[in-house]
Write a protein that binds this ligand. Structure first.
Ligand code: CA
Ligand code: CA
Ligand code: CA
Length: 319
């Protein structure tokens, strides 16, 4: 009667040569660090994958975005009431190793900058676009210099921004009025700059969108997570909600799709990040997160960027 091979004999059957870790590597791995290219020693070297930035000056951070060209993280800070036009919002620049390079890189307090309650952000060419109550603010991606903003008529709570493959900006209006009362303006808007002028249209509208929040553009359709139903839905170009998938908990905020096709959504009620499989199952990751808002993704390092809205923190978590 044959016995299953022991773990050691199974291992020895592999033909991959085993190279012992250097003492430095071993120490790094033991510390739970991730492996990235190292210029100093030609061996993999650790970049701390999981970091928590706190007490660094964030004020109600809503969204985090990786600018892969500059290789920096941008963090939008509402500071104060998310409904109030107080012109004190700001955007921070943070290095991937967790250093705040410039806390108020874009600063509403400056005379020439208007920024009230910045939320979702997206990069389109040389511009950074930011959702801000009823305006899409535009800035130079490299310098942070302000450009003319685009008003979204009737919007009450612009929330997430994404860029479609055809270069159109999409922005969700979560349909909240002061104090988070429903304003019934729930919508997804599409904005194109044509010959210097903004063309603004709604592609989806109605309370069945259930306070739409996180957006992500696919090749043809748009994907959205909502606050009130806790659903991940596809939105067709004609504005229909299709294939809704209810996640275990509601109050969904950020939505990320990695280039490899993995989907992640943050949930305030679930206090976690859900990974949504292609088969439609949801797995809770990084549980115990308080108010995880609009998540970003650093493809280079394979990490999620998770702002914690109420506690002014930013987490980096390897996935
Ligand atoms: Ca503010
Ligand atoms: Ca100002
Ligand atoms: Ca959001």
């Amino acid at each position: 009667m044959s016995r299953p091979p022991s773990p050691s004999s199974r291992r020895s059957a592999h033909r991959v040569p085993h190279r012992p870790a250097t003492a430095r590597q071993a120490a790094c791995w033991a510390a739970g660090a991730a492996i990235a290219l190292c210029t100093a020693c030609s061996d993999p070297t650790p970049v701390a994958a999981d970091l928590t930035l706190e007490n660094v000056g964030f004020m109600t951070p809503e969204s985090a975005l990786h600018d892969p060209d500059a290789d920096v993280y941008l963090v939008s800070n509402i500071q104060g009431d998310p409904f109030e036009k107080d012109d004190n919002g700001f955007v921070s620049r943070v290095s991937p190793d967790g250093v705040v390079l410039e806390l108020k890189w874009i600063d509403g307090a400056k005379e020439d900058v208007e920024l009230d309650a910045p939320k979702g952000m997206a990069i389109l060419g040389d511009e950074l676009w930011i959702a801000d109550i009823d305006q899409l603010r535009r800035f130079d991606r490299k310098t942070g210099e302000p450009k003319p903003s685009v008003a979204i008529p009737g919007a009450t709570f612009l929330n997430d921004v994404c860029v479609a493959p055809d270069g159109a900006i999409h922005v969700s209006d979560s349909g909240f009025a002061d104090g988070f009362a429903p304003s019934s303006t729930d919508a997804i808007w599409r904005v194109e700059i044509v010959e210097g002028a903004a063309q603004v249209v709604t592609i989806a509208r109605g309370e069945e969108f259930a306070h739409p929040n996180g957006l992500c553009a696919g090749a043809k359709d748009l994907f959205c997570v909502d606050w009130a139903r806790g659903e991940f839905v596809m939105v067709t170009p004609s504005g229909k909600r299709e294939t809704p998938l209810a996640l275990p908990k509601k109050q969904l905020d950020g939505l990320v799709r990695t280039p490899a096709g993995r989907w992640f959504a943050s949930s305030w009620e679930g206090e976690c990040i859900y990974e949504i499989s292609q088969r439609g199952s949801a797995t809770a990751l990084f549980t115990g997160l308080e108010q995880p808002a609009d998540i970003g993704y650093d493809h280079r390092r394979g990490r999620l960027l998770i702002p914690l809205f109420g506690s002014d923190k930013l987490l980096f978590r390897k996935i």
